[in-house]
Ligand binder design. Structure first.
Ligand code: HPA
Length: 277
């Protein structure tokens, strides 16, 4: 058996023994957005550390657990804390949690993150619906022997972020009166922030926001047949766009401030996605 699949199935068997909840949607919570779970009707939790072989997040401010519960009527699993490529994990390990949530039953992946704004029309605290992405200096999570049990060798990526789900999120934003921008997200390897020259280059490539996650998770989710949508919280203006130096503290503080609006938007979006089913 394929080594990545073997590892995934080992994690799944452990999770299955501990958790009976069947989520319909998987929500990945980015920096500063982890308190979303406080408003959930929580049924079960599973610490990443309880799963042998599961990659653990090492970033300050990122918790490390799955939370299972209801967001309104929708059974969901939340990742409170994700793992990043810059932590030293292989990209295959970085997407293991995504694949695990698919095996748990999730048909939809809702990705969130904190990102730097490249588009000059963006300001800190804005939300951006992700329409598409670019990977920069990050390998595809599908490199290596294909996991035939999950998907095909050469999956199509012409609509990674589902148009139908994007409309559902846009409607949620309108219903809740939350301003929502949209744009292309570029994933870099990190962990350093970008240089101003890189940001200028990314802007010319067509990117509107930059971060260190999300793209690879979206690819893995599409490979295994999940529908995907995503929202970035613009936590800062990217290097050279803002005269200020960048810091993780600033990223977290802005995301924390935006958290109540974010919660409103995501809750409504999940309701709207649920009614599509
Ligand atoms: N660059 C990369 N990742 C980020 C940024 C940024 O400016 N802000 C939040 N995550």
């Amino acid at each position: 058996m394929n080594e990545s699949y073997k590892k995934l199935m080992k994690c799944f068997e452990q999770a299955e023994k501990k958790i009976s909840f069947k989520p319909e949607l998987a929500l990945v919570l980015g920096s500063g957005l982890g308190d979303f779970c406080e408003t959930l009707d929580i049924k079960e939790t599973l610490e990443y550390a309880q799963i042998d072989g599961f990659p653990k997040s090492t970033v300050a401010g990122h918790k490390g657990r799955f939370v299972f519960g209801y967001c309104g009527e929708t059974p969901i699993v939340c990742m409170q804390g994700r793992v990043h490529y810059y932590e030293g994990y292989s990209v295959s390990d970085v997407v293991l949690p995504t694949r695990l949530m698919k095996l748990m039953g999730a048909k939809t992946l809702f990705l969130t993150n904190a990102a730097g704004g490249i588009n000059p029309a963006f300001k800190a605290g804005d939300f951006m619906l992700i329409c598409d992405h670019i990977l920069y200096n990050v390998p595809s999570p599908l490199i290596g022997e294909n996991i035939e049990e999950l998907g095909v060798r050469f999956p199509d990526m012409s609509e990674v972020y589902s148009k139908i789900l994007r409309s559902a999120v846009e409607e949620a934003a309108a219903e809740e009166g939350v301003p929502l921008k949209s744009g292309v997200y570029i994933q870099t390897s990190g962990p350093n922030y970008e240089t101003p020259a890189e940001i200028r280059a990314f802007g010319r490539m067509g990117a509107d926001a930059v971060g260190m996650s999300t793209g690879v998770e979206a690819i893995a989710a599409r490979h295994c047949g999940m529908k995907v949508c995503g929202i970035s919280c613009i936590s800062n203006l990217a290097a050279g766009i803002s005269p200020e130096k960048l810091s993780h503290k600033e990223v977290q503080e802005t995301a924390d401030k935006a958290a109540p609006m974010f919660r409103k938007l995501v809750t409504k979006a999940i309701d709207n996605i649920h009614t599509l089913n």
